[in-house]
Design a protein around this ligand. Structure first.
Ligand code: B12
Length: 222
């Protein structure tokens, strides 16, 4: 298999070449690369984009087109993940809280979780507490929830969401993770979340760790 095809996908994501990404992904598939290998390549490229952005080597428009290219590639690859992974997935409800329209980081978290085998229920941006409650009620088998907030002024929306979940009697069944530029471990504790991560990779690792712990506890109880 031609490794250069993966290098090309990486370059297209970093360069935000939305129109050319589908063709490159198709070529990699035809040449025999597994969908997961291509997803890992795209995730690696997006992590590099995140780093370039944080070092001010690229700016918002470049980052947004890179994120769009990743999203386009994922729409092709998602249906191709193995049937076992499609049916045996752990769900993760994710959304940006009320009043907040930032979604680049949330989308990156979404793609990364999917690439690690989670089935993400993406509620989008500006999600009201009652809509988080409705989603958790609807997906009664889901115990993972991620709340994204990029504005200091929308941190209270996280608190309001967690309070609404408590009032609905749903809080205790959930492992709630929070993230976004103004969030720290201290903020996470203050709002009553269970976990925090500064990036998409850390989010996936923390979710995987929690799922493992939970499985062990369930096995011990049996
Ligand atoms: C792009 C951007 C925008 C775009 C958003 C486009 C979009 N579709 O998302 C636009 C132009 C629309 C925008 C608007 C505004 N913005 Co703005 N924006 C940014 C900017 C430059 C980048 C954010 C970003 O995409 N980062 C890149 C991604 C990859 O990183 P990330 O979002 O942090 O996500 C990572 C982690 O945080 C984590 N993560 C994210 N979500 C989650 C969730 C969970 C569960 C977990 C565990 C982890 C996690 O993983 C992600 C991937 O590694 C930031 C500055 C900055 N450096 O952060 C300002 C910034 C967030 N914006 C800011 C402001 C003030 C605004 C506006 C109010 C401006 C205005 N006056 O209109 C509006 C508000 C609109 C609204 N109601 O939401 C301020 C916020 C200040 C503050 N502390 O409150 C910032 C910090 C800029 C600044 N320095 O002043 N913005």
């Amino acid at each position: 298999m031609d490794q250069e095809l993966l290098e090309e996908i990486k370059r297209l994501i970093i360069g935000g070449k939305v129109k050319r990404i589908s063709n490159a992904v198709q070529m990699a598939l035809v040449s025999g690369f597994e969908p997961q290998t291509i997803i890992d390549t795209m995730t690696g490229a997006m992590l590099q984009v995140g780093e370039l952005f944080h070092n001010s080597d690229i700016y918002v428009p470049e980052m947004l087109v890179a994120a769009a290219a990743m999203k386009k590639g994922m729409t092709l690859l998602r249906p191709l993940l193995s049937a076992e992974r499609q049916t045996n997935k752990v769900k993760y409800i994710l959304g940006t809280v009320q009043g907040d329209l930032h979604d680049v980081g949330k989308n990156l978290v979404c793609c990364t979780l999917e690439s690690y085998g989670f089935e993400v229920v993406d509620l989008g941006v500006d999600v009201a507490p009652k809509d988080f409650v409705a989603a958790v009620e609807q997906h009664s088998d889901c115990y993972l929830l991620g709340l994204s907030a990029l504005l200091t002024t929308t941190i209270p929306s996280i608190t309001a969401t967690i309070e609404a979940l408590s009032e609905a009697g749903l809080r205790d069944r959930l492992f709630i993770m929070v993230g976004g530029a103004p969030i720290t471990w201290e903020v996470a504790r203050e709002v009553g979340a269970d976990s925090y991560s500064p990036d998409a990779y850390g989010t996936a690792q923390a979710a995987l760790r929690y799922v493992e712990e939970r499985k062990k506890e369930e096995e011990a109880e049996e």
